[in-house]
Write a protein that binds this ligand. Structure first.
Ligand code: LLP
Length: 421
């Protein structure tokens, strides 16, 4: 559920007309709804309400905007970070270090030091060399790092190959079958305090079965680790729950279904459970607002050329992702169209032969469910300015990331004398 609704024939976000934002800020622009963020946090928390003090660490990569993070932080969420940059963003937004978990296969010694200085809740380790490095860094600072190993359960998440992470051939985690050896080696490292187990098998999962299979493996491992004398106190079940993008497809399992499954599977584990949801919190809370530049005749269907492009919303070109495209003020009628951006490659295509509202030049369109992995994956390809972002709350709205002047982009480069002369 979201708060992008039509009122008097025009799309509003909460009480604000989308057109008012487009007129004031220009397009393309990302628009986020505080009411939707708040609702999703509530729904997710409610789904886990039978668990004892779960740590819900929002996956910052899904939407790292400071205002979004601060909103989620105020609602009590922690953060799952994958870089020093994300760690600093989460802290700057007011999220306490004690609610931060650090994931990722390539943490550098510098990032480890930063996270140890701040005193984060947990590092999710993904390899033995990483464990050794973290132990050394912690010892050099006179500290012990709280860690879990992310295990690779060799489960097929059944999602797009580029966002599947739980198969043995993927780069993530330590092999499930070798976990006991890896844990034994970690326990021997004096700079580590081994406290948990972690798993994350992929993103945009539309079936609970692979998640359940992975969690069952985590449960079995917790038992074996305890038998081997490890003091396991946390289990991080990652993120991955899908959201509805295409209204013609079956809806993914709800947070309530997910929570019921987790509550059943994790019974008796006797750990603090941790979660790293990203998309399910922010996905439907955002839309990319864009203006039609012109409509051009095509061989089979017209090309609707909009002022947003693959640099603003990469998901369709990278993952063939489907985003609903709606007219902000539908004039009536639907027809097939190809929706494309101005970037000079065929991959800059949002939809082909899409049955959608009929639109014409200067009309506004909204790409729905763009709050997750939208603005954060934007680039300046084709020397286009980074996409601005707006946060709405009730009848109020604010620019939470301004559109940088293109001069800033140009000024970022420098021409050495020997090239100039
Ligand atoms: N935890 C870890 C360790 C992750 O790698 C991810 C996402 C999450 C949590 C959050 O997953 P979520 O709940 O959002 O599914 N750019 C892609 C998605 C990449 C996801 C990467 N990892 C997309 O636009 O679909």
């Amino acid at each position: 559920m979201d708060h992008f609704d039509y009122l008097d024939g025009a799309m509003h976000v909460e009480q604000v007309p989308m057109a008012a934002i487009a007129d004031a800020v220009g397009t393309p622009v990302y628009v986020y709804s505080t009411a939707t963020l708040t609702r999703h946090v509530g729904v997710f928390r409610e789904a886990l309400s039978r668990l004892d003090d779960p740590l819900i660490a929002f996956a910052v990569k899904a939407n790292p905007n400071a205002a979004v993070l601060a909103t989620l932080g105020k609602l009590g969420l922690g953060a799952d970070v994958v870089s020093g940059g994300e760690l600093l963003r989460a802290i700057a937004a007011g999220i306490a270090a004690g609610r931060i978990v650090f994931s990722g296969v390539g943490k550098t010694a510098e990032e480890m030091r930063l996270a140890l200085e701040h005193g984060i809740f947990q590092f999710n380790l993904e390899s033995e060399p990483e464990a050794e490095m973290l132990s050394d860094v912690a010892l050099s600072m006179g500290k012990r790092a709280p860690v879990a190993y992310r295990i690779n359960p060799d489960v097929d998440a059944g999602t797009h190959a580029k966002i599947s992470t739980g198969k043995s051939e993927n780069k993530f985690g330590i092999p499930y079958d070798r976990a006991l050896e890896s844990y034994a080696a970690a326990r021997a490292l004096p700079g580590l305090d081994v406290q948990g187990v972690a798993v994350h098998i992929g993103s945009q999962l539309t079936d609970l079965a692979p998640l359940e299979a992975a969690f069952v493996k985590v449960g079995a491992l917790i038992g074996k680790l305890r038998e081997a004398g490890h003091d396991i106190r946390t289990a991080d079940l990652g993120g991955g729950l899908g959201v509805p993008y295409d209204p013609s497809k079956p809806v993914p399992p709800s947070p309530a279904d997910y929570g019921a499954m987790v509550t059943r599977v994790a019974q008796g584990w006797n750990v603090r459970l941790m979660f790293e949801p990203g998309r399910v919190i922010v996905g439907n809370a955002g839309a990319l607002l864009s203006r039609v530049v012109r409509v051009k005749q095509g061989a089979q269907a017209p090309f609707v050329i909009v002022d947003a492009a693959m640099n603003d919303l990469l998901r369709p070109s990278l993952y063939d992702a489907w985003h609903d495209i709606r007219a902000v003020r539908p004039a009536g009628g639907r027809a097939a169209a190809n929706v494309v951006g101005p970037v000079c490659e065929t991959g800059d295509t949002f939809a082909m032969h899409r049955d959608m509202d009929v639109v014409q030049a200067d009309d506004l369109v909204a790409f729905m469910t763009a709050g997750a992995y939208g603005a954060t994956m934007a680039s300046t390809y084709n020397s286009r300015a980074l996409t601005p972002e707006v946060l709405v709350s009730g009848g109020k709205w604010a620019v939470v990331r301004a559109r940088p002047p293109i001069e800033t982009l140009i000024a970022g480069d420098s021409i050495p004398d020997w090239v100039r002369d």
